[in-house]
Design a protein around this ligand. Sequence first.
Ligand code: DP6
Length: 361
Amino acid sequence: MGATEPQWVLMATGRSPTNIAVIKYWGKRDEALILPVNDSISVTLDPDHLSATTTVAASPAFPSDRMWLNGKEISLSGGRFQSCLREIRKRARDVDNEKKGIKIKKEDWEKLHVHIASYNNFPTAAGLASSAAGLACLVFTLGKLMNVNEDYGELSSICRQGSGSACRSIYGGFVKWCMGKNDDGSDSMAVQLVNESHWDDLVIIIAVVSSKQKETSSTGGMRDTVETSPLLQYRAQTVVPSRILKMEDAIKNRDFESFARLTCADSNQFHAVCLDTSPPIFYMNDTSHRIISLVEKWNHSEGTPQVAYTFDAGPNAVLIARNRKTATLLLQRLLYTFPPQENDLDSYMLGDKSILSDAGL
Ligand code: DP6
């Protein structure tokens, strides 16, 4: 790879969907390794609706590692990007690309720099788990470029070091992030509970209440919660372990009633823990509360849940309908309660196909 050798560029592209937690991850026991205080369970969305697409390129002509997010250059100096790059480089193998006439020895990857370009097809940092899709895609695509041969569990553990929730985006369907017991994080990784065809009646609708960047990042927010909330210990040690077992059963048996009750209860407890933080964190707003009310009243009047709601670190509602018929009714009710208003995008945005996500489960 001397200066006299011909220059070349080797590229790989990947796409990763985002995931929405139905039992939330909130709080780390190790900040550097990103080890959580409890297990969590999520559902991975259809990549056509909410996903990150990343192209990575390596060339001897690149003097440094660089990254662009949605066309804007961002710094790669953060420890998390560096951890992912380091872990993937460690596992890189020989590449022999006959078509392009490129041969790279595994030890060369230590010296080769990469350029990374990533795009989200949905608002970044608006509480729609953009970091999950982005980091999972980065790890997956770098792994492809560097001919890494690790299994998905190992890759998920590398994604985790980029952003906790990213470790669950490596699989489709319903996924559990096992918190693990080891101090080095070697057993903290995601496993697939069921694949995307297991529960294909479900329809997921995302009501974008606001696409503004959230004021409190998940990372900062959960750090404050760990330091100040007495409720968090109770949640992590007493509530979540039994909830995880019940949720696994509900998913296995496609028991929508239990699934919906557990999903709503866990979202509400996560936001209660945010409120229990000092200073308190408010991710939901009045519109979010009105959506909760609408769903609660509807579920109550039917006598059995029709729709589950869950909110991440932002005001946007993720609504999971038990089937297509219910999803149609839900959309009608949302449109009736929140008629779309021109020039009032923050109060409600509906009709833009990017915000309606059918998980296609
Ligand atoms: C509310 O994964 O974004 O979406 O690990 O610090 O990068 P870091 O946090 P992040 O937190 C996601 C929190 C959540 C719940 C969840 O996805 O489980």
